[in-house]
Structure formats: C-alpha cells, structure tokens
Design a protein around this ligand. Structure first.
Ligand code: DX5
Ligand code: ZN
Length: 221
C-alpha cells in the first residue's frame, strides 16, 4: 500500500453548490470524478458566516458513497463532535484555534473510528501543531482566512506546507496535507509541489462550466 499522501485527492466544497438541490449537486461531483466531498460547517462565531450542521450531513451521507470530509469551523468542536460522528462523517477536521482540549478532541475522533484532521488558520504557525502531528490523518493548512468561498489564495502558506511535509518525512508520519481556499488550476500546482495532496475547491469545481474537466485539471496541475 502506498503512503496515503502519495496520491492526490480532489475534494469539491459543497459550500459553492446550489444548496436548493443538494442531492443532485453531490451526485454531480461524484460523476465528475471527485474523490471526497468537503463539507464546511460554520457557526457564526468561529467564523463570520453560518452554513449547516449534522442533519444536512446525515442527508448527504444517505445520498452518496463518497468519503465525507467534514471541516468544522466552530468554537466548540468538542461539544458537537458526537453529532457529527453520528451523522456519518468519515473524517472530521477541527481547528487548533477553537476553544477545546485539542489532544482530547483528536483522540475522541480516533476512538469513534473516524479519520482525524487538524486545521490551521493562515496566521497559525506549524509549531503550534507539533504536539499533535502523531495523532492525525490529515493536516489542513488553510490558504485563506476561513469563512467564505471565493477568496484569493494566500501564497505565504506554501512555506508552512513545505515545513509540514518535511516534518512528516523526518518523523516517519503519514498524514495527508490538505489545502483549502482559493485553490484552482493555477494555485493547485504550487500547493502540490510544496507537498499538499488533498485539494479542496469550491468555486473552481462547482463554479466551473464543466466540473469533470475542472477536477481533471486540478488533479494534473
Ligand atoms: C472557506 C472554506 C472553504 C471554501 C473554499 O472558509 O473552508 O472550504 O468552501 O472555497 P473556494 O474554493 O471557493 O475558495
Ligand atoms: Zn473548508
């Protein structure tokens, strides 16, 4: 089995879909070749936007076999965790900057048999994540300040991605490195070259005239 991070995965973000027809929009991504479905949960406090929660994820779970990559941009991931597990998330990513005992939350995700993700805002240094790297399946390096789709990619984050890949090699770890925010066929290449293998894209997938073509471009950029 190759190390998980050696293959590229494309994760369309449902945030950019037409939410009036969620089932069709998930199926559209699946048919277009998506590897994962990225689900952005926002609570209006951790970020200045509100999206959806466990009931919607449960409906998506019932409608697709796609791997569900749930990105929690909420202040208290520990409080809501069990509901996202019950809703059928395959991977749950929590923010290091949220108000919780990070190590304990990661451990609870693991104990529930789900994959474990840790997210860092652009301003958060990789040093802050060092104590947790051996607990995770995925490190999400945000490439925009989270909260909204359609923002411009922040190239300064590339250095953090390179450092995260170097530390992974030095410690013999196997976590994916995911990027999220402003990823398109121009920014995907530099991210992949820096070491990212999971590419989240909202505008560049759902907003494209031909999603299959857009996903193929992201995969080969
Ligand atoms: C931003 C979200 C992203 C967002 C990406 O806070 O975490 O997942 O949907 O959207 P684009 O690809 O349009 O930047
Ligand atoms: Zn996201």
């Amino acid at each position: 089995m190759p190390r998980p991070y050696t293959y590229r995965l494309i994760a369309p973000s449902l945030l950019a879909a037409d939410l009036a027809k969620i089932g069709e929009e998930v199926a559209r991504a699946e048919l277009a070749g998506a590897d994962w479905m990225h689900l952005d949960v926002m609570d209006g406090q951790f970020v200045d936007n509100l999206t959806f929660g466990p009931p919607l994820i449960q409906c998506v779970r019932a409608s697709t076999g796609l791997f569900l990559d749930v990105h929690l941009m909420i202040c208290r991931p520990d409080h809501y965790l069990q509901r996202f597990i019950a809703a059928g998330a395959d991977l749950i990513t929590v923010h290091l900057e949220a108000s919780h005992d990070v190590g304990q939350t990661l451990q609870r995700i693991r104990q529930a048999g789900r994959q474990v993700g840790l997210a860092l805002n652009p301003a958060t240094s990789l040093e802050a994540a060092l104590p947790f790297l051996d607990q995770i399946d995925l490190l999400l390096c945000m490439t925009v300040v989270p909260g909204f789709g359609g923002q411009a990619f922040m190239p300064d984050v590339l250095e953090k991605i390179q450092a995260a890949a170097a530390i992974r090699a030095a410690r013999g770890l196997g976590y994916h490195i995911e990027v999220d925010g402003g990823i398109d066929c121009v920014t995907a290449g530099p991210c992949a070259a820096a070491g990212a293998n999971v590419l989240v894209a909202g505008s560049a997938t759902y907003g494209a005239p031909d999603m299959a073509r857009a996903i193929a471009q992201l995969r080969h950029a």
